[in-house]
Each structure stands twice: as structure tokens, then as C-alpha cells.
Design a protein around this ligand. Structure first.
Ligand SMILES: [Zn+2]
Length: 278
């Protein structure tokens, strides 16, 4: 079948929009749940800090709320544009306000909805001033104007959590030319208990790859101690391929697989091949 080369801007735009939408959905679902919990339990999840300065609760809420970016970025096989990070800040800001908005809409004042008495911006400022501050578990009173500062700290934590979740959602290995995520094909792997024998195999395979004899490393690596599988060191040979422009890359990676798997990446070599002319 003839491979239609889709133009890059449209596909990257689509991937960015899908990731943004899913990120926004989880952000607002999270904000509504947190808002409801805070309203009925009177426990401020977003306002939970260590020593007044480390907004742990807000950071975690932002981070968990941003889980949708990761799912969204996996739907289309293209890497979203970096502009997604900027939009994620806006989404985080709106969902942070949404936490307040939930209680604003559910609070009654003398039997009337509070929203008929106070405007939303005034309500936010009022609730920040009325935040109760605690040292350990001892309440030391209402925050007053210091509440604005606490609010800003919480907001910073929330934005940081959101942008961290968004940054982690980007696929790390993709074709730089058309932003398409690589297809990954496993070619062979070798395992040894000690590092040095595998380093020698790594070097031999590297020489073959650099000389563009791409088939040679398959058997060289496969002969390197498959009995020691999942014990200590792994040498993996893979082919990464872009199905959009047919650009491919041979990649050799030597890593420690125990404990935990692939924690320590020792060395890596990769070589791109020319695109296939069609
Ligand atoms: Zn490509």
C-alpha cells in the first residue's frame, strides 16, 4: 500500500488538541471532586502545605489532574507541539479556580445562594482571608491578608503539578522531521551478570552499526549470554522506524536491569539510515 505522507502541521496540531482536551477533562473532573470534598469535609486538600511554604496538596492535585495529557498524547501517533505546555498552565489556572467555584455555587447565605450576594472574585479573596492556619494540628487562627500569599503559594504548586504532568506526557522518542512517534522493532538482546563482557559485545556491535552492516549485530548480541536473562545487564538492539517518512534508526542500549528494570542507562548508540525513496 502506498504510504501517504501527511503534512506535519495538521497532524501535530491534531495531536496537540487531543492531548489538551483530555488534559482539560481530567483537570476539571479533579477540580470538581476536590471542590466537593473540601466543601463537605471542610478539609482543604489544595491548601495542604509542609511548613507553610511547600504546597504538597496543590502540587499533587495539579499532577493527578494532569493525567489526561498522558492519555491524550498517546491517542495519535504524533508528538504534540510544545505549545501544549503553555496551554496546560492556563488549564491549571482555570481548574484551580474551579475548586473555589464548586463551593461558591454550593454555599448558601441566609437560605439564598451565595452567588446572589457576593461576586466570584470577591468570594475567592474572602475564602483566602478566612483560611484557617495550623501549626502541626493546632489552629492558630484565620490567615487574614497572609491568606493571599498562601493562595499564591498553593496556585504555584498547582501550576507546577500541572505542567509537570504535561511535560511527562510527551513521547520522548520520535522522528524529529515529522514529529511522528517511532515504531519500535525488537531485533535481539543479550544478557550477562557482569558488565565487562557485555561492554565488549556492545563495542563489537557498535563497530558493525557504524559500518552500516545492520544485520551483523543481531547474531553478535544474541550470542551474548541469554541464560543470564533478567539478572543484571542487558544489551538491546532495536530498529526504530517512522512510518510517515520511512526514516529509520538502529539503536543499541546497554542498561542495568536489576534492580529495578533499566534504572541505570549505561551507554547508548544509535544511527539513522537514509529514508527509503519511493
Ligand atoms: Zn518521519
Amino acid at each position: 500500500m502506498e504510504n501517504t505522507v501527511t503534512s506535519r502541521p495538521q497532524t501535530v496540531f491534531a495531536a496537540t488538541v487531543v492531548a489538551l482536551l483530555l488534559g482539560a477533562v481530567t483537570n476539571f473532573v479533579m477540580a470538581i471532586l476536590v471542590g466537593l470534598f473540601q466543601k463537605y469535609s471542610h478539609i482543604s486538600v489544595v491548601g495542604f502545605t509542609f511548613f507553610f511554604v511547600f504546597p504538597v496538596g496543590a502540587f499533587l492535585c495539579g499532577l493527578i489532574g494532569g493525567i489526561g495529557y498522558r492519555f491524550g498524547a498517546r491517542i495519535l501517533p504524533y508528538r504534540p507541539s510544545s505549545i501544549l505546555l503553555v496551554f496546560s498552565l492556563l488549564i491549571s489556572l482555570l481548574s484551580y479556580l474551579c475548586v473555589f467555584f464548586v463551593s461558591y455555587k454550593l454555599t448558601l447565605f441566609r437560605g439564598e445562594p451565595l452567588s446572589t450576594v457576593v461576586s466570584f472574585p470577591d468570594y475567592v479573596l474572602l475564602s483566602l482571608r478566612n483560611t484557617r492556619t495550623y501549626i502541626q494540628t493546632f489552629e492558630i487562627g484565620r490567615a487574614g491578608s497572609a491568606g493571599y500569599l498562601f493562595g499564591l503559594i498553593d496556585l504555584a504548586g498547582y501550576l507546577l503539578g500541572g505542567i509537570a504532568a504535561c511535560a511527562a506526557a510527551f513521547p520522548s522518542e520520535y522522528c524529529k522531521k515529522c514529529h511522528r512517534v517511532w515504531n519500535r522493532y525488537f531485533l535481539s538482546a543479550g544478557y550477562t551478570v557482569a558488565l565487562s563482557p557485555l561492554e565488549k559485545v556492545f563495542h563489537d556491535a557498535e563497530v558493525e552499526i557504524l559500518a552500516e552492516r545492520y544485520d551483523q549485530p543481531v547474531s553478535i548480541i544474541a550470542g551474548a549470554g541469554s541464560k543470564a536473562r533478567w539478572t543484571a545487564y542487558q544489551l538491546k538492539y532495536e530498529l526504530l522506524n517512522c512510518s510517515n517518512c520511512e526514516y529509520s534508526r538502529y539503536q543499541l542500549s546497554l542498561s542495568r536491569i536489576k534492580p529495578p528494570p533499566e534504572k541505570l542507562l549505561r551507554r547508548k548508540v544509535s544511527k539513522d539510515t537514509q529514508p527509503v525513496n519511493r
